[in-house]
Design a protein around this ligand. Structure first.
Ligand code: GDP
Length: 463
């Protein structure tokens, strides 16, 4: 390791102690003084500043540890391998003879939800070595079908001919099966998210901090290729926007979602995280303009943001937001707007959103494909990352914990804890699978439990 790397590593260690010396001293003092709100605010500001400095230093570590280029190459190589395997699966030498899985694009939901439906179908196809056939006639976003907007998912195999189609699950190995919606499967196959392929897992974990969403992103990378006319229209709109790094993407999902599937979040909640991002960035570089790309389905939000935050440059298109509103949602025009928003959000340096929205999750999944590791480049105001219909998501205890008698639960090293979410206050909620107790868990004593599944290894495709 270089001298620079070693110095940085020691600085982080030492400054972690410094943050404790500071908090310990100030809070001990508060016990003997009468507590003033201003004093507490001053301590919070100090701690925030020290935290930003620590995180900023830690971000530099992987750039200096000598493996920076290696990680970039490895991420590109594994991605390329998966894309070639998918291409191979989707273009069998003899289409008529190939085993197939049919996916109907008739799910009555938004585009993010439909994309995830195709992702689930493609993972199923990859796991069972069946060519995926997409049925999209009469599709709600374009009645002419998927291929009218996007490149087809196969160049050579797009029909099941007259073969009998058996609805999955089947009792025998039928040649052609059709898939139900993921939500209505009672016995979920183990290969569904958040599982990742065992043969690639040990490569992926070495460059990416969230392999499950990276793997899902790879499916999107294969599926989501706008046709040249659509791509051209998107590029022309982008050219008119002042989209320049540094820029933080903000996705604000309102209209029909609020009060039904998600809570309302004030613009201030999003902007707190944007400010924190820029305050940290300014420790290492000059930021002339604090830019935000704002995507939303509520045009009023854009206007509101520009009025309330004049110190930020808010990039975004009110006409896109208007076509995204509930009553205009399922048109080719609104789809074009959403594709643009997704492209921009995923190109941002950082993303602030709500993972309760599939649009926020898709933006993050694409982000995972356009850099080596996006796992620390977002903040979700509500849910932790998930895939709708996924198998259980567990964390494993890496330290033991004895309940403090409040709402927290005890666990031992090695216990699996099914997690419901993180409260972003140092605690999350979960169920200890050994004791069946449900309650709060100190998040730092647990680590994400990655599920590896023995997917086929596609040995026919060159490594
Ligand atoms: P969810 O309902 O937010 O989980 O995501 P879905 O994709 O299933 O449905 C929401 C739909 O609302 C999207 O598909 C879009 O049509 C529209 N929408 C939501 N947020 C945005 C946005 O930021 N920009 C645009 N253009 N459309 C959006």
């Amino acid at each position: 390791p270089t001298e620079e790397y070693e110095n940085l590593r020691r600085r982080i260690y030492s400054n972690t102690k410094e943050i404790w010396y500071y908090i310990n001293h100030e809070l001990s003092k508060l016990m003997t003084e009468d507590i003033k709100v201003e004093k507490i605010q001053a301590i919070l500001d100090q701690v925030a500043d020290r935290k930003r400095s620590l995180l900023s230093d830690q971000q530099k570590l992987p750039e200096l540890d000598g493996y920076h280029e290696w990680r970039q190459n490895e991420a590109a190589n594994v991605s390329d391998l998966i894309q070639r395997r998918l291409k191979y699966l989707q273009n069998p030498p003899d289409c008529r003879e190939a085993r197939k899985v049919i996916c109907n694009l008739n799910k009555g939901c938004g585009f993010g939800c439909q994309l995830h439906h195709i992702v689930y179908c493609l993972i199923f196809a990859y796991a069972t070595e069946r060519t995926l056939i997409l049925n999209s006639k009469g599709w709600r976003y374009n009645t002419k079908g998927w291929d009218y907007v996007f490149e087809p998912i196969s160049d050579s195999c797009t029909t099941a001919y007259d073969d009998k189609v058996m609805p999955w699950p089947v009792r025998y190995d039928a040649k052609v099966v059709s898939l139900p919606f993921i939500d209505s499967i009672s016995q979920k196959p183990k290969f569904l998210p958040l599982a990742i392929p065992k043969d690639l897992a040990h490569r992926i974990v070495r460059f990416n901090g969230d392999p499950a969403s990276w793997w899902i992103g790879q499916m999107l990378k294969y599926i989501l290729k706008p046709r040249s006319s659509m791509q051209k229209a998107i590029n022309e709109t982008i050219a008119k926007m002042n989209f320049k790094s540094p820029i933080v993407g903000v996705h604000i999902r309102r209209t029909d979602k609020v009060g039904t599937e998600a809570a309302f979040h004030h613009i201030h909640e999003y902007m707190t995280h944007v400010k924190d991002y820029y305050d940290q960035l300014e420790l290492t570089r000059v930021v002339d303009v604090r830019r935000v790309y704002l995507a939303t389905d509520d045009a009023n939000v854009l206007e509101d943001a520009r009025k309330k935050y004049p110190e930020y440059e808010v990039v975004g298109d009110a006409s896109i937001a208007r076509t995204a509103a509930t009553h205009r949602r399922y048109t080719p025009q609104s789809l074009a707007g959403l594709l643009l928003d997704l492209r921009m959000l995923s190109a941002c340096d950082y993303l602030v959103c709500t993972f309760s929205s599939q649009v926020g999750r898709v933006a993050y999944e694409i982000m995972q494909t356009n850099r080596v590791d996006a796992s620390e480049s977002f903040f979700s105001l509500d849910d932790i990352y998930y895939f709708g219909g996924q198998n259980a998501h567990d964390r494993r205890a890496v330290m033991s914990h004895t309940t403090q008698g409040k709402e927290d639960i005890s666990f031992q090293v090695g216990d699996l804890i099914g997690v419901a979410g993180n409260h972003w206050n140092g605690y999350g909620r979960g169920t200890n699978k050994r004791t069946n107790l449900n309650g709060l868990i100190p998040w730092y004593k647990t680590a994400d439990h990655l599920v590896l599944y023995p997917f086929p290894e596609y040995k026919q495709v060159p490594q």
